[in-house]
Design a protein around this ligand. Sequence first.
Ligand code: ZN
Length: 400
Amino acid sequence: MDGDAVAIQDFFVRMLRINAVNPRMGGPGEKERADFLESFMKDNGLSVTRLDVEDSGTPGGVRPNLSAKLEGKDARHALWYISHMDTVPEGSRDLWKTDPFEPTIKGGKIFARGAEDNGQSLVASLFALLTLKKLDVPLPYDVGVWFVADEEFASAYGIKQLLRRRLFKKSDLIVVPDSGSPRGADIEIAEKSLLWMKVTTKGKQVHASLPAKGLNAHRVGMRLATELDETLNAKYRKRNKLFDYPVSSFEPTMKDANVGNVNTIPGIDVFYFDCRVLPAYSLDDVVMDVKKIIKQFERKYHTTIKFEEIGKESAGPSTAEDSDVAILLGRAVSEISGVEPRFVGIGGQTVGNLFRREGIPTVVWSTVDDVPHEPNEYSKIANLINDTKVFAAAPLLGSA
Ligand SMILES: [Zn+2]
């Protein structure tokens, strides 16, 4: 394996040179990088499935998704490593010490846009597959990779297309190596549901010296925000120790400016909540509670209050700690990385949730310093090689 480390690193550098910034973010998209990957995979004896999704506004007119797999004894299910080809833009060039599209190796790290997110895992999973092919050992089940488009925007031309085409089975084992921890101990198996709400209270704008003539929308808004804060935080109290913040959170966050001067009573007031809800709860129940409280306020203040969901992503069921995919990856991590795996949940959301929502057990794992989207993004070469070994070992360390 270590003899191949140089080859892996060289390939990684060549791939990172190809700009694959998401076209919705002003970049050329994934096509050239996909062409490069496809010919490399074919040259190395893999049979490649390519799914080009039409996207007329982009260079090349399509958004590519690539896959290859090795066949195992039990064809009823497959272990899939799923990573994305697109990246975010480099951001301000002034903040980069090196050219973001000319990978630079320094101190055991490769600096380039997309090195960590998600290039490292893409290359690691590809070389894990090639390693398994070369070893020519019997696999317990099919093992494959998908390299998808559009993860950085909305996955509409990537994973969502694959799921719509039913390319995965409920019995498949999904690994999404697109987030992780510096020692590789954290295996993410759960995510919270996300709800962003915008609440607009209406009042009647008047001079501040004559409050009785109007209705202070800001006062109504403050009282309503306080009521929502207290009621929701008091009601949704279940704990889940997988999460660093082990309960659901309901946080009043942003406020729109109302009036431009101190001596006017605002006739309109807008506040926002960021809610992150444990998968044990349904977001619909939360929304129902919010609407009930809003109704009470409308009656009490004889006014109208507008409620909008400006972001809503329900979490799928958590992946069980004793599911096949969690066990198998945990075993590989402890064997290869030499760390005690720890199952965790996160308050944010990854594309892993799209699979969980389909009822497919999914783990999110990689060994990274967590510098995605930053200037001077990098991948540690030691992590690249370690994760290649983990991905290759996972299907070989006992059956799922
Ligand atoms: Zn990513």
